[in-house]
Write a protein that binds this ligand. Structure first.
Ligand SMILES: CSCC[C@H](NC=O)C(=O)O
Ligand SMILES: [Zn+2]
Ligand SMILES: [Zn+2]
Length: 418
């Protein structure tokens, strides 16, 4: 059967004619609907089983929570007692507004320029397949690695990682992997450079509960929930404005260097003419690792006290760990990473990740982790409509990982290995 105009083979086969097999495999993986709110994780698990068999690697499955399985493929090194290298990726993707997409978000359409469209093309199914294909190439070339490499495939990153990495890092099965250094996701970069992330802002999700006096909607009732909520909103959004301005005060600043605050939900009220007895307002805050978190929470308490009586708050996310991964040239992991990139003419831009990834749980247990999705010359479209990556950019990323894995897994024994 011939491919249709989108280059998708309609006859049930996975590849397209004349296409690089890595691209075909990527497109096949993009078609699995591991999309929230009900990701088809079974499809991903079956896919990974097949890959493990193709690569000739053992695969372990750890059910960290009911229906939430972490898979780990392991390529043993020649010295398995040394600290290992982790290549981490999540299998889930965020939902789409299909009506805003040029192509079906789960068909993996490739246009005439080689742009592949689909949810997960950037976040982060590309990286998953790049890891797999890099390992496949290295194995086929008969390479031997000193250190063991683990490929880890984790569920539920997009919904906070509670039933994924957050739980898994605390299990003995994670400790047994004996990880010394981890790679995880980053962001695309629209320029010739590649961005790498050595830390993340701390996500704090807060709901502020404002109780107040109820009454008839025709009266000047004192002490209303709405007046308190207005004060809260003003405090948070005034601070937001200041941080927004601060971002522009230095050319060196990126989103990762300032605190963002966004009002994301409001709740309250039962009728037009009934003054509500309570109102809730929620904010998504992202706090750079340089901010003193105790002082920041004191500021929030102050805003609540100033807003009136009886105000309480609750966190839905309150990540407290502020570990950073060393990017000092004397650090053997970073040095290997950066010199390998340099040798490939891959220019790196070091930043703090503006959102949250599973790296925060890895760093929190003391393991250095670098966020890196090798996509340059690509607009940042994760979670956006028409997410895509170009096949040439994708293919170059595989070569980048081949070199990185080879170099990192051959870092000679270190003091931390003892
Ligand atoms: C804070 S838990 C949610 C994690 C999510 N990660 C990717 O987008 C994020 O909102 O950053
Ligand atoms: Zn992601
Ligand atoms: Zn995401």
């Amino acid at each position: 059967m011939l491919p249709d105009k989108d280059g998708v083979c309609g006859g049930g086969c996975q590849g397209t004619f004349g296409e690089d097999p890595s691209v075909s495999l990527f497109r096949e993986y993009l078609r699995l609907k591991t999309v929230h709110p009900e990701p088809d994780y079974d499809a991903a698990l079956r896919f990974l089983d097949r890959i493990a068999e193709e690569l000739g690697l053992p695969i372990k499955k750890i059910e960290v929570c009911p229906g939430r399985v972490v898979s780990v493929m392991t390529w043993e090194g020649t010295n398995p007692s040394l600290k290992t290298i982790l290549l981490n990726s999540h299998t889930d993707v965020v939902p789409v507004y299909q009506e805003h997409w040029q192509h079906d978000a789960f068909s993996a359409v490739k246009d005439t320029e080689g742009n592949i469209y689909g949810r997960g093309t950037q976040d982060m199914k590309s990286v998953t397949i790049q890891y797999i294909q890099a390992i496949r190439t290295l194995k086929a070339a008969g390479k031997k690695l000193l250190r063991t490499v683990h490929l880890m495939f984790v569920p539920d990153e997009e919904v906070g990682g509670h039933k994924g990495m957050e739980t898994f890092v605390k299990l003995p099965e994670f400790q047994e992997l004996n990880i010394g250094f981890a790679l995880d996701e980053g962001l695309a970069n629209p320029t010739e450079a590649f961005t790498v992330f050595y830390g993340e802002r701390n996500p704090w999700w807060i709901t502020i509960h404002c109780p107040g006096s109820p009454g008839h909607g025709s009266r000047f009732v004192e002490n209303t929930a709405a007046e308190k909520m207005r004060s809260i909103i003003n405090s948070f959004l005034d601070f937001r404005e200041k941080e927004k301005q601060r971002l522009n005060t230095s050319e060196c600043f990126t989103l990762g260097d300032v605190t963002t605050v966004n009002m994301t939900m409001v709740k309250g009220g039962v009728a037009y003419n009934v003054i509500p007895a309570e109102m809730d307002v929620s904010f998504d805050m992202r706090i750079p690792p340089t901010v003193n978190l105790t002082e920041f929470e004191e500021q929030i308490k102050k805003w609540c006290n100033e807003a009136g009586e009886g105000i309480t708050y609750q966190f839905a996310q309150k990540h407290m760990n502020q570990n950073l991964t060393s990017t000092d040239e004397s650090d053997p992991w970073w040095n290997t990473f950066s010199t390998t990139c340099k040798a490939m003419n891959v220019t790196l831009k070091k930043e703090i990740f503006p959102a949250a990834t599973d790296s925060r749980f890895i760093r929190a247990v003391g393991i250095p982790a670098i966020g890196f999705s090798p996509m340059n010359q690509t607009p940042i479209l994760l979670h956006d409509h028409n997410e895509y990556v170009n096949e040439q950019v994708f293919l170059r990323g595989i070569q980048v990982y081949e070199k990185l894995v080879l170099a990192l897994a051959n870092v000679p024994a270190l003091p931390c290995d003892a």
